[in-house]
Design a binder for this molecule. Sequence first.
Ligand code: HEC
Ligand code: HEC
Length: 331
Amino acid sequence: MKKITASWLPVALGVIILVIVTGQLFLPSKSTSNLSLAQASFPENGVWKVPDTAAIPTTEEGDLIRYGKELIANTAYYLGPKGIVAQVSNGMNCQNCHINAGTKDLANPFYMVASTYPRYRERSGRVESVEFRVNDCMERSMHGQKIDSLSTEMRAMVAYLNWVGKDLPKGAKPAGAAVEELPYLERAADPARGKVIYEQKCARCHGANGLGVPNPEGWGYTYPPLWGPNSYNISAGLYRLSRIAGYVKHNMPFDSAALGYKLTNEQAWDVSAYITAQPRPVKTFSFDWPNIAKKPVDHPFGPFADSFSAEQHKFGPFRPIKEAKELSKRN
Ligand code: HEC
Ligand code: HEC
């Protein structure tokens, strides 16, 4: 594995190429909006707004934050199988799941990272640093390898993550944080029904085979894979049905806002079940959920603290599991 070190020349070249290739500019353009944004941000009027990335300062620290945003938006360009910095991830970008570099409501945004980390999490049973959490997504969602906490790339991503939530007070939870907790279906989510929805509403971008569509430049994807060897592995958050269903409901099809419709909750659960039923990389972490009673209802791998099957933990119905869990807590 190539060691990740500071190497600004290829990075700068990369950014220039990217700007040319995608026609996107990452430089501040709307300088007039800075003042009104500052006024609109929490806690002045009680409503928190994610800061405008055009307002990232033009300082050395600002450059690091901007590089962090760039790494999160175009991860594969730097860290994918053909990455110019290192080859330590699967070709996906962080923002495939954290849309608009983690600044979109109900799309796994990074709003609460700055105010909640370091933080105790039940999955690891320990207090996690932001770096630990990023590496979790590297090893699971990106089916890749950890990167060094002191590397420029990790420092840049962490600087950006902290910048996104810099004005959010501790304890505050913006309405759009995480994904929607969809109400449970009374039945198990059904991959067969999901297949029909997938073919109608998803295959035109992600492909009938779910493997996604590589970008013309060949370093990543125009449409990311939903399963198969280059997708997230079975230990990723998205492998839990409630995580993918909540994400899909408000974010997919990607052009649903333009098309003017949203999936129903039922469609979101079923199409997610179809995706979850497909093959993907297997990687397990023996130290996950040291206290098995704390496993979420939709964590599909035993041992379980209840007597429900692995199949029910995977596809539901989840309500009986949740009720049993609450009952055992009271006893
Ligand atoms: C396949 C989808 C996916 C990809 C790709 C992905 N993540 Fe995540 N990430 C998630 C999900 C889902 C969660 C929330 C998991 C949960 O609820 O337990 C999450 C959580 C996080 C969190 C914690 C947020 C919080 O408020 O606690 C951070 C930080 C994070 N991801 C960073 C990254 C970074 C950086 C990358 C790229 C290197 C990345 N993620 C790639 C799906 C993904
Ligand atoms: C118009 C094209 C388009 C359609 C149609 C579409 N998607 Fe996506 N999907 C995308 C894009 C683009 C991304 C990555 C978003 C980003 O990087 O900003 C994505 C990301 C995802 C992700 C998270 C990343 C991953 O690879 O796992 C999931 C899950 C997903 N889509 C599911 C669906 C489902 C389910 C449907 C059908 C209901 C669907 N998509 C329809 C374009 C589309």
